[in-house]
Design a protein around this ligand. Structure first.
Ligand SMILES: NC(=O)C1=CN([C@@H]2O[C@H](COP(=O)(O)OP(=O)(O)OC[C@H]3O[C@@H](n4cnc5c(N)ncnc54)[C@H](O)[C@@H]3O)[C@@H](O)[C@H]2O)[C@@H](O)CC1
Ligand SMILES: [K+]
Length: 483
């Protein structure tokens, strides 16, 4: 599992380690790792044209010392300073090794550009001349290697406020930074290489982890299994007019490994679901009939919300599901209802999972949607704490938070997933995993992983329909080791 630490933790760990090491040791370790990656990317180091973009801080120092190492191996290394200050010892070392100072035009013909403008000390939109250098680096045909963090990307959040370097490779030191995993920053990193500078023993628990295949551990049937032991998931979705979301959510549950799916809704939705998923056991209720939901039979988890509508009838069903003592996932219209009835959450003892996109989370938190998009990590954490739920924030990087736990980043998925109905599939899938006994955070992370994997397999470079994601779920499960 890959993990990341926020900047203040990185700085504290560095300070603890620095206190035990001779001055400059960490920067030399960082520079050695950076130079080694650069050398491996070049067909030949000797004679290669390397340009260093050098900001005024230690990120620039790393770049200068890496440049020194490449110059000693025969590269033609040119430093382009951006700040009023240039790391003096690093610059002296580069010049002593045969490097020289140059100007921005040399970026255009470089074989390799090292971006040492800003690292974990960067903040806000890049100012000039930093921004102009980043822009020029993004236009060069040569390789661009970011030192620690692509400049212009906020290391903690992945936020990009203005110009930002678009790297082919990012060489990061000691531990990953959250912004390397979260869009839009993640999309600027290219391949991320971690250089060990000995920070490990000084680091606390991570702030963020990235789900890997080994972390996805859905319940598997054994010889003792029957449909009840494997888990019954109840789905409350669809309405008089909207039935598609109900079909898709049920499909996600059927192919998500539930022992049985109970589908509870008004007659038109039940009719459509029955036709598409004869596997589901259905119960017809009147609009908003909370007692009907309770009488539908025992379930181990409820999914409530897709296509449900947002009126009083929907609110009664959301309240009924949340009033049970089993895990409940609230999605889509259910979240809109919840934004008006936040009092439904605090009394729960069983786990609650909420799966909003940024707009739905904005309503739940009384926040601005654009603000949530820009600072997804902060908002998903806040939502988990305030709403006392496991919160899965959908988007170009799906994040999953539960209070007091590292935030999980989902690495699978494709841009083709941004199409109607795919969220409904996810809700049913996570519901099935909850019913199978997975803990809320694990179920949400596993569901996001499998859903994104199914989407990738189904899309394969072409447009995707939500139903295709359901169809590819078996193949997604098969990608997991030991399944
Ligand atoms: N602290 C340590 O022990 C180590 C630090 N290392 C390196 O040091 C870096 C951190 O160094 P610093 O703390 O000096 O910070 P940085 O070098 O990351 O950034 C600070 C510099 O960037 C400028 N800057 C910040 N935001 C800007 C903006 N929006 N527009 C234009 N200029 C901006 C500042 O004026 C300052 O000159 C790490 O990212 C890493 O590369 C490594 O050498 C490993 C060891
Ligand atoms: K950088």
């Amino acid at each position: 599992m890959r993990y990341a630490h926020e900047v203040d933790k990185v700085r504290a760990a560095e300070a603890a380690l620095l206190a035990r090491l001779p001055e400059g040791t960490l920067m030399q370790r960082a520079a050695a790792g950076l130079a080694a990656v650069c050398a491996s990317l070049l067909p030949r180091v000797y004679g290669a044209d390397v340009v260093l973009l050098v900001g005024g801080g230690d990120n620039g120092g790393d770049a200068l010392y890496a440049g020194e190492r490449l110059a000693r191996r025969g590269a033609r290394v040119v430093a382009v300073p951006a700040g009023s200050r240039t790391h003096p010892a690093g610059l002296a070392a580069l010049l002593a090794a045969g490097g020289r100072l140059g100007d921005a035009a040399e970026i255009d013909t470089a074989d390799l550009v090292i971006d040492g403008l800003t690292g974990i000390g960067g903040g806000g939109a890049l100012r000039e001349p930093y921004a102009a250098l980043a822009r020029r680096a993004n236009e060069t045909p040569g390789l661009v290697v970011a030192c620690d963090v692509p400049s212009g990307v906020d290391a903690n959040s992945g936020r990009v406020e203005g110009e930002a370097v678009r790297a082919d490779v990012t060489v990061t030191f000691g531990t990953h930074k959250p912004g390397l995993f979260i869009d839009p920053g993640a999309a600027r990193c290219g391949v991320v290489e971690l250089v060990d500078i000995g920070l490990g023993p000084e680091l606390p628990d991570p702030d963020v982890t990235v789900t890997g295949p080994d972390d996805v551990d859905p319940p598997l049937p054994g010889p003792e299994s029957d449909k009840y032991r494997r888990g019954v998931v109840g789905i409350v979705a669809g309405g008089e007019q909207f039935t598609g979301a109900a079909v898709l959510s049920t499909g996600g549950a059927v192919h998500g490994g539930a022992g049985m799916v109970r589908f509870v809704s008004v007659a038109p939705a039940v009719a459509v679901v029955r036709r598409r998923w004869p596997e589901a056991v259905t119960t017809v209720i009147e609009p908003g009939d909370a007692a009907g939901l309770a009488a539908a039979g025992r379930v181990q988890a409820w999914v409530v919300g897709p296509g449900l509508g947002t009126g009083d009838a929907a609110a009664a069903l959301v309240a009924a599901a949340l009033g049970t003592d089993v895990p409940v996932l609230v999605d889509a219209d259910g979240l809109t209802v919840l934004a008006r009835h936040r009092d439904l959450l605090p009394g729960r003892t069983a786990p609650t999972v909420l799966t909003p996109h940024a707009g739905e989370l904005a309503r739940l938190l009384d926040a601005d949607r654009a603000d949530i998009e820009a600072r997804r990590l902060e908002h998903v954490r806040r939502a988990a704490a305030e709403l006392r739920a496991t919160v899965l924030l959908k988007g170009s990087t799906t994040l999953i938070a539960a209070a007091g736990r590292p935030v999980r980043v989902n690495p699978t998925g494709t841009s083709w997933l941004a199409t109607a109905g795919t969220g409904d599939v996810l809700s049913g899938l996570i519901g099935a995993l909850l019913a199978g006994g997975m803990a809320a955070l694990d179920a949400a992370a596993a569901g996001a992983y499998l859903h994104g994997m199914a989407a990738r397999l189904a899309a394969d470079g072409a447009p995707l329909a939500a139903g295709d994601v359901i169809g590819a779920l078996p193949a997604a499960f098969r990608t997991l080791a030991g399944t």
